[in-house]
Design a protein around this ligand. Structure first.
Ligand SMILES: C[C@@]1(CC(=O)O)C2=NC(=C\c3[nH]c(c(CCC(=O)O)c3CC(=O)O)Cc3[nH]c(c(CC(=O)O)c3CCC(=O)O)/C=C3\N/C(=C\2)[C@@H](CCC(=O)O)[C@]3(C)CC(=O)O)/[C@H]1CCC(=O)O
Ligand SMILES: NC(=O)c1ccc[n+]([C@@H]2O[C@H](COP(=O)([O-])OP(=O)(O)OC[C@H]3O[C@@H](n4cnc5c(N)ncnc54)[C@H](O)[C@@H]3O)[C@@H](O)[C@H]2O)c1
Length: 191
């Protein structure tokens, strides 16, 4: 069984650090920004790729620091993703983060992760996160592609409409829950 507990982080109001500016750093940064374009991120690496520099040119909330990793870069962060090509440096990032009680993910290294990045489907206000418990990231990707296909774009319209209806409901909490459940009951009827 997958015992991970998913939470939806407001990364625009948290400080995230990515260490590593190559292929894997780019992949993690791109997925983060795709889902959360306003995420506040600092990326530190000895060498930062041109692709990452191009992203930074249009992302005011992304700060690049072309320097070797040092523990002081963890100051003021809430979470850190390690993505260097040096396993010793990645391990150092992990233990530095742990000693500061920071949440840490060393990319592609499940035993050095407090959390995993997941596959993410976004349709307006609706967001679905997918995890295979670290067993098969390829499956997470395929499931993400499948759900992107089958979930209709207008699901967001439905959510917005129900939100408007919710705001018009007068009465106590119980009354509102009942009215909203009545309205949405048909959604689960199999065709
Ligand atoms: C979901 C996604 C999000 C993201 O990266 O942001 C993600 N990996 C993605 C793709 C992907 N990564 C890899 C492949 C190549 C094929 C393969 O190995 O399957 C592909 C597929 C491809 O690219 O086609 C390589 C790989 N990844 C990990 C290992 C180590 C291991 O498994 O032991 C290895 C082997 C490295 C090696 O060989 O050395 C580990 C992790 N990757 C995770 C997340 C976490 C678990 C998520 C879960 O619970 O499923 C976890 C545990 C830690 C983490 O990094 O957070 C993103 C899809 C996004 C999307 O498309 O929507
Ligand atoms: N590229 C892939 O698709 C892939 C897939 C699976 C696993 N991996 C593994 O993931 C790791 C990273 O791969 P990559 O392709 O991103 O490598 P890369 O060479 O493209 O990038 C490595 C980055 O780490 C930085 N770096 C190295 N030492 C540093 C230090 N002390 N301080 C700060 N920055 C430092 C480099 O400057 C560079 O920006 C490797 O161990 C690789 O084996 C890569």
């Amino acid at each position: 069984m997958n015992e991970l507990y998913p939470i939806f982080l407001k990364v625009a109001q948290l400080n995230s650090l990515i260490v590593g500016g190559g292929n894997v750093g780019l992949e993690k940064l791109s997925f983060l920004l795709k889902s959360s374009p306003n995420a506040k991120v600092t990326l530190v690496a000895r060498e930062i790729s041109e692709d990452i520099k191009a992203i930074a040119a249009r992302q005011p909330n992304l700060e690049l620091v072309e320097e070797i990793y040092q523990p002081h870069f963890l100051e003021g962060r809430h979470m850190v993703i390690g993505a260097t090509d040096d396993p010793a440096v990645n391990k150092q990032i992990y233990s530095d983060a742990k000693s500061r009680n920071l949440l840490v993910n060393i990319a592609d290294t499940p035993e050095l992760c407090d959390f995993y990045l997941g596959g993410i489907v976004t349709k307006g206000n609706v967001k679905i996160a997918i995890s295979t418990n670290g067993k098969s990231p390829t499956t997470a990707k395929r499931l993400r592609q499948f759900l992107e296909e089958v979930i209709p774009e207008d699901i967001n319209e439905m959510v917005e409409n129900i939100n408007q209806y919710r705001d018009t409901l007068k009465g106590d909490f119980e009354y509102k829950v009942e009215a909203l459940n009545k309205l949405t009951k048909e959604l689960l009827v199999k065709s």
